[in-house]
Design a protein. Structure first.
Ligand SMILES: NC(=O)c1ccc[n+]([C@@H]2O[C@H](COP(=O)([O-])OP(=O)(O)OC[C@H]3O[C@@H](n4cnc5c(N)ncnc54)[C@H](OP(=O)(O)O)[C@@H]3O)[C@@H](O)[C@H]2O)c1
Length: 247
């Protein structure tokens, strides 16, 4: 990571912050982009002071698609080059509300899927032309199977997982790596106070696993790794039985 120029989108997310600390500590220079101007500036200043690396920032909204090419170009201009991008935005939302009100469902879909596709489009094209680089997309284990308790969020993450899979195959030809990250439960703003959480990981633990997966050139990383086995089991439950479960 030393000297690499990395763009982090959704940079005020707890997982993204932990990742930013991890890679800034290794000497990466960063551009942080997020929708909360005050908070992203605060995070950037803190990283600069702690690790003595250049950290710039900008503001964007995930559903303002027509601004995204400029958001990405500004980041590249400020970094002077682009070696990699991390996309970590998302909204869990409220399944009950989203079932009854399409606007809520749409917000979840924009934050977790369409906004990410829109941001990754200019990034992927830039890196493809450059012939090197990496993309880390934060999806979720929730995208592995539709559950009655969160299938709107889950379907957006499932779509993102498929998008990243296709993008990986396309970009592999030009030497660009795409890592799909599927966290299980992580102790962040998103999950604060939610019932039914177990084996909760810290953002720092998740960030460490993501960096190590990138170093190992993995395509997909379940974080922590035991979620691979849990999801294998969940995916293998026959549909007739699965629909009886209160998951
Ligand atoms: N926590 C978990 O258990 C868990 C599990 C699996 C996957 N994930 C995924 O991990 C990623 C990071 O989430 P987190 O756990 O770190 O939670 P978080 O702290 O709530 O981060 C979510 C981030 O997404 C940003 N965001 C949401 N909608 C946006 C929009 N329309 N435009 C711009 N930014 C937007 C939020 O911005 P604000 O700061 O302005 O709200 C926040 O920075 C997400 O993709 C999430 O789905 C989390």
């Amino acid at each position: 990571m030393n000297g690499q120029a990395v763009l982090i989108l959704g940079a005020t997310s707890s997982i993204a912050r932990a990742l930013a600390h991890n890679i800034a500590r290794q000497g990466a220079k960063l551009h942080l982009a997020a929708r909360n101007a005050f908070e992203v500036e605060r995070v950037a200043r803190d990283l600069t002071v702690r690790y003595q690396v250049p950290v710039t920032w900008s503001v964007f909204e995930g559903s303002d698609y027509n601004t995204h090419p400029e958001v990405v170009q500004t980041a590249i201009d400020q970094l002077g080059q682009l070696d990699g991008a991390i996309v970590s935005l998302g909204e869990l939302g409220d399944q009950q509300q989203a079932q009854n009100d399409f606007e809520s469902a749409e917000r979840i879909i924009h934050s977790n899927y369409t906004g990410v596709v829109s941001l990754l489009t200019p990034i992927a094209n830039y890196l493809e032309k450059q012939g090197k680089g990496f993309i880390i997309g934060v999806s979720s284990v929730a995208g592995d199977r539709g559950r009655q308790s969160n299938y709107i969020y889950g379907s957006a993450k499932g779509a993102l997982t498929l998008f990243l899979q296709g993008l990986r195959s396309r970009l592999a030809k030009s030497g660009v790596r795409v890592l799909t990250v599927k966290p299980g439960f992580v102790d962040t703003k998103m999950t604060f106070g939610k019932p039914g959480m177990f084996w909760v990981a810290s953002p720092e633990q998740v960030a460490g696993s993501i960096v190590s997966a990138l170093d190992k050139r993995q395509d997909i990383a379940y974080v922590p790794g035991f979620w691979f086995w849990i999801m294998l089991m969940i995916r293998s439950i026959p549909e007739t039985l699965f629909k009886q479960l209160k998951l």
